[in-house]
Design a binder for this molecule. Structure first.
Ligand SMILES: [Cu+2]
Length: 117
């Protein structure tokens, strides 16, 4: 029974996530550097960067790079990276506030580069 429910959920959720992407208009795609360590960082980074119908962030922990997709008429790379910095993650444009970085989970305390602005 639970297997059937899982299959049902999977088939329901997959089209929903694809539809979500296509709701973004005037699409601009960029690659950006964002520091982080693990899956937990990925969740925090993506939650901070995502905005329904406006922006979508897909971060890769292996190369510390995210693909950001956004509506170029409604937001820009800086606005997205600012939100991610405010969630605790240094990136190529902004540095996270120290007090926010300090509150990250121990496994998420990535090594900070002093030259990051
Ligand atoms: Cu982490």
């Amino acid at each position: 029974m639970s297997a059937i429910i899982r299959i049902l959920l999977a088939t329901l959720m997959l089209p929903a996530s694809i539809a979500c992407n296509t709701d973004i208009k005037n699409i601009k795609t960029e690659n950006v550097k964002i520091d982080g360590n693990c899956e937990m960082c990925e969740a925090t980074i993506e939650t901070a960067g995502n905005k329904k119908n406006i922006s979508k962030v897909d971060w890769d922990k292996n190369n510390k790079t995210a693909i950001i997709i956004f509506d170029s008429l409604r937001t820009n790379q800086s606005a997205i990276l600012k939100r991610i910095a405010n969630a605790g993650y240094d990136n190529e444009k902004f540095k996270a506030p120290n007090n926010v970085y300090e509150k990250l989970h121990d496994c998420c305390k990535y090594e900070r580069k002093s030259e990051t602005k």
